[in-house]
Design a protein around this ligand. Structure first.
Ligand code: GDP
Ligand code: GDP
Length: 455
C-alpha cells in the first residue's frame, strides 16, 4: 500500500521538484573539553537516519544533517579544531566566529562543573557582537544535585542555562526544543536567493589554484555588483558578474578574495567555507591547477562538491604554463583520479591571460540544464523496459530481481527510484546508472539511483 501511495505521488505530470530550500544551520561552539562532540553524537544518535551516509568524507566533515521534532537542520560541529598553547582564548573565539558566520543559531556549550573560564568569556564576547540567537548549554549536569551549578551560568547574561548531560542524555530533549524555537524555518543566510534570480555559482579550490585571479578576470571586463546580503553582521559577500549576457551570482567572493591567514585549523575553515558556499550554490566550479599534480586536497574539495549534489564543472587553470610533457601526464592523472567525475564538463583556462574564459559559461549552462532535467515517467519506463529486456538482472540463488517500475523522484540533481522485487546487485545498479547517462545525457550533474524493494 505504501508503494501504491508513492507511485501515486510520483505520477506522470506531477510538478517539477521545487528548489530545495536550505535547512537552517545550528553551530555548536565552546572551548575544548566541554562536551561538544559528545553532544553532537547525542543529537545525531537519537535517530538512525540522521547521519548522512557519504563515504569518503567522514574525516573532514564538519556539518551534519540532523532532525528533531520532524524538522531538519544542519549541525555545524566546531569540535574538529586543533589548538595551540598560546593565545588559546583568542583562537577559540576567532574560530567560533567563523562557524557562527554561517549559522542561524548557536548552541553555546559550557562545563557546569568547571564554571566560566576566560575562554568561555572570550566566546561570549564574540557572540554578543554577532547578535544571533544563542542557546546556553550547561553541560555535565549528570544528576539533579548538580543543577545548582548550572544556575551560576546565568551570570554570563546569555539567558537561561539549560542543564544537560550530553553523556547520559539528560536534558538534551529540552535543549533541542529550545533550539527549535529560535531556528528559522530555512537558513536566513540563503534566504534572498530561493527562487529565480541569477544562477548561483560556487568557485572552489585549494589555495593558490587561481580562484581570485579567475574571479578578477571574469569580473574585470564586465559589470560587477557587490551584493552584500542583509541581516547578519558579518555577511558572506556575493558578487553579481555579467557573463554571456546575463548576471551570475558568485557565492562568498569575500572568502575568495580575503586572505585568511590562520595556521591552525586552516583546512577546517576552508572546508567549512567550501561547504557553506556549496550549500548556497546551484553549480560548483572546482578549480584545479593544470600545471601541478592533483593533490589530496584537490580530491577532497572535489568530493565535497560531488557530495553536495550540485551541478559540477571542472576548470583546469594555469593552462599557459602547460607543455606537451605535462599535458600527457595530466591526461593520465585525469583518467586515473577523476574517472568518477567523468560526467563533469572540463574547461581549460588561464586566469592570468583570460584565455578560454568564455568557455566557462557554456559549461555552466550545460551542467545546470542537466541538473534541472526531469525525465518523464513514461520515457523512463520505456528506457527501463528496453534495457531490462536486453540485459536482465543475473540470477542470484535461484532468484532474479525484477524492476517493476521507475520514476524520477526529484531533480536538482536528478534522483531516480526503482521499484523492484529484490535487491539489485551494485554492479547492475551501476550499469543502469551508466545507461541513464548514455541515454539522457546528464553532463555536469550527479545522479542518484535508489531502490524500493517490494517484498
Ligand atoms: P569537546 O572537546 O567539547 O568536543 O568535548 P568532548 O565531547 O570530547 O568531551 C570532553 C570530555 O568530557 C570527554 O571525556 C567526555 O566523555 C566528557 N563529557 C562530555 N559530556 C559529558 C557529560 O555530560 N557528563 C560528564 N560527566 N562528562 C561528559
Ligand atoms: P587563490 O588562492 O586560489 O585565490 O589563487 P590566486 O588567484 O591568488 O593565484 C595564486 C597564484 O597563481 C598567483 O600568483 C597568481 O598570479 C597565479 N595564477 C593564477 N592563475 C594563473 C594562471 O592562469 N596562469 C599563471 N601562470 N599563474 C596564475
Amino acid at each position: 500500500e505504501e508503494d501504491a501511495a508513492l507511485l501515486a505521488g510520483w505520477a506522470e505530470g506531477e510538478d517539477r521538484a521545487p528548489v530545495r530550500r536550505p535547512a537552517p544551520v545550528l553551530a555548536i561552539v565552546g572551548r575544548p573539553n566541554v562536551g561538544k562532540s559528545t553532544l553532537v553524537n547525542r543529537i545525531l544518535g537519537r535517530r538512525e537516519a540522521v547521519v548522512e551516509d557519504t563515504p569518503g568524507v567522514t574525516r573532514d566533515r564538519v556539518s551534519y544533517r540532523a532532525t528533531w521534532a520532524g524538522r531538519n537542520f544542519t549541525l555545524v560541529d566546531t569540535g574538529g579544531w586543533e589548538y595551540d598553547a598560546k593565545g588559546i582564548n583568542a583562537r577559540v573565539a576567532e574560530q567560533a566566529e567563523l562557524a557562527v558566520e554561517f549559522a542561524d543559531a548557536v548552541l553555546l556549550v559550557l562545563d557546569a562543573t568547571v564554571g566560566v573560564t576566560a575562554a568561555d568569556e572570550a566566546i561570549v564576547k564574540m557572540l554578543r557582537k554577532v547578535r544571533k540567537p544563542v542557546i546556553l548549554v550547561a553541560n555535565k549536569v549528570d544528576s539533579p544535585q548538580l543543577e545548582v551549578e548550572a544556575t551560576y551560568l546565568w551570570s554570563l547574561g546569555m539567558g537561561e542555562p539549560h542543564p544537560v548531560s550530553a553523556l547520559h542524555g539528560r536534558g538534551a530533549a529540552d535543549v533541542l526544543d529550545a533550539v527549535m524555537e529560535v531556528l528559522p524555518e530555512f537558513s536566513a543566510v540563503a534566504e534572498t536567493e530561493l527562487t529565480g534570480g541569477p544562477r548561483r555559482v560556487a568557485l572552489i579550490g585549494r589555495p593558490n589554484v587561481g580562484k581570485s585571479s579567475l574571479l578578477n578576470k571574469l569580473a574585470g571586463s564586465e559589470r560587477v555588483v557587490v551584493d552584500p546580503l542583509a541581516g547578519t553582521t558579518r555577511d558572506p559577500v556575493d558578487e553579481l558578474i555579467e557573463l554571456g549576457g546575463r548576471p551570475w551570482r558568485f557565492i562568498d567572493t569575500a572568502g575568495i578574495r580575503r586572505r585568511v591567514h590562520m595556521a591552525q585549523g586552516a583546512d577546517f575553515y576552508a572546508s567549512l567555507r567550501t561547504q557553506a558556499a556549496l550549500e548556497r550554490a546551484e553549480v560548483a566550479v572546482v578549480l584545479l591547477a593544470a600545471d601541478e599534480v592533483l593533490s589530496e586536497q584537490d580530491v577532497r574539495i572535489l568530493q565535497l562538491a560531488v557530495d553536495s549534489g550540485r551541478a559540477l564543472v571542472l576548470a583546469f587553470n594555469k593552462w599557459d604554463l602547460m607543455d606537451e610533457d605535462r599535458r600527457y601526464y595530466l591526461e593520465r592523472e585525469i583518467d586515473r583520479d577523476l574517472a568518477h567525475v567523468a560526467w563533469a564538463p572540463r574547461v581549460n583556462v588561464s586566469a592570468k591571460t583570460g584565455w578560454h574564459k568564455d568557455r566557462l559559461v557554456p559549461a555552466l549552462e550545460k551542467a545546470l540544464e542537466s541538473w534541472d532535467t526531469r525525465v518523464p515517467t513514461g520515457r523512463l519506463n520505456a528506457f527501463l523496459g528496453e534495457i531490462v529486456a536486453a540485459h536482465p538482472h543475473p540470477v542470484r540463488g535461484g532468484k532474479q530481481p525484477r524492476i517493476l517500475f521507475g520514476t524520477q523522484a526529484s531533480s536538482r540533481p536528478p534522483r531516480f527510484v526503482l521499484f523492484t522485487t529484490g535487491f539489485l546487485d551494485p554492479g547492475y545498479r551501476r550499469f543502469i546508472t551508466r545507461r541513464l547517462r548514455e541515454t539522457f545525457g546528464f553532463e555536469g550533474t550527479p545522479i542518484e539511483v535508489s531502490m524500493r524493494v517490494r517484498e
